[in-house]
Design a protein around this ligand. Structure first.
Ligand SMILES: [Fe+2]
Ligand SMILES: [Fe+2]
Length: 247
């Protein structure tokens, strides 16, 4: 059994109130009765891609007693994210990383397009993902993680900036049988659907929750509490997700 906590859309730098939310959430995780196997953050870690925002994020993530894996979102800046959070100068192009914990592989894909709110997996990212899935240890389950979901979520504001070109991703996933779930963010709501026959779980945001068309005319509810997702992958490779709000 593998346990993963997923946090998304932290947007460090927006306000003291939001930073306080993030710090409370990470303090809660640091104080878990038993640590989980890994923390995955699915993008929009900084709000403006600023160095000071990543320094705050780095300090918060250093308190976590388990491996922390991240991928960038549309609010992130590849150069600052790479230098401060990953500790490496990143050449031009997408920042894709493969990590592992507790026998599982995490393929962390960069779905961002610099300067654009929407997402797209570049050809080089899909080729990298194909190789990563081929090279994963035999029997190891793989979580594919990125910021932008590759399907509509029926939130008009977000459907205008989803990940396009999903049929190319579906073709890659269809060539492998080791992917157990897709983890995404960006939509600022806890949501679950399917993609290419796999569970696709969207983690809630730390700072705000998007409103569905029948909930109100505003785009975001800024009063809704911060939240996160706990994923359990059991020995039958079935994914169960629990959502928690952090008051
Ligand atoms: Fe976001
Ligand atoms: Fe986003």
């Amino acid at each position: 059994m593998i346990t993963v906590v997923q946090v998304s859309d932290v947007h460090f730098g927006t306000s003291e109130r939001n930073e306080d939310r993030a710090n409370r959430l990470f303090a809660r995780l640091a104080a878990l009765h038993r640590p989980v196997d890994a923390l995955v953050i699915t993008g929009d870690i900084a709000d403006h891609g600023a160095v000071a925002e990543y320094e705050k994020a780095r300090a918060a993530l250093a308190t976590q007693p388990f491996p922390v894996f991240t991928c960038p979102g549309n609010h992130d800046d590849r150069a600052a994210y790479s230098r401060i959070l990953l500790g490496s100068e990143q050449p031009e192009g997408p920042i894709n990383q493969v990590q592992s914990a507790a026998g599982a592989v995490f393929a962390l894909c960069d779905s961002t397009v610099p300067g654009e709110p929407g997402g797209f997996l570049a050809d080089e990212t899909l080729e990298w993902l194909d190789r990563t899935l081929t090279d994963a240890p035999a029997g190891a389950p793989v979580f594919v993680c990125f910021h932008h979901p590759p399907v509509r979520t029926y939130v008009p504001f977000l459907d205008g900036m989803m990940q396009t070109g999903g049929e190319r991703l579906a073709a890659v996933l269809g060539r492998h049988d080791n992917v157990v779930a897709i983890l995404a963010g960006h939509v600022h709501t806890p949501a679950a659907t399917m993609f290419a026959g796999l569970p696709l779980v969207i983690a809630p945001s730390v700072i705000s929750t998007v409103l569905l068309p029948w909930e109100g005319d505003e785009i975001m509810d800024n009063e809704a509490p911060a939240a996160l997702a706990f994923h359990i992958l059991d020995d039958e490779r079935r994914l169960t997700t629990h959502f928690r709000v952090i008051l």
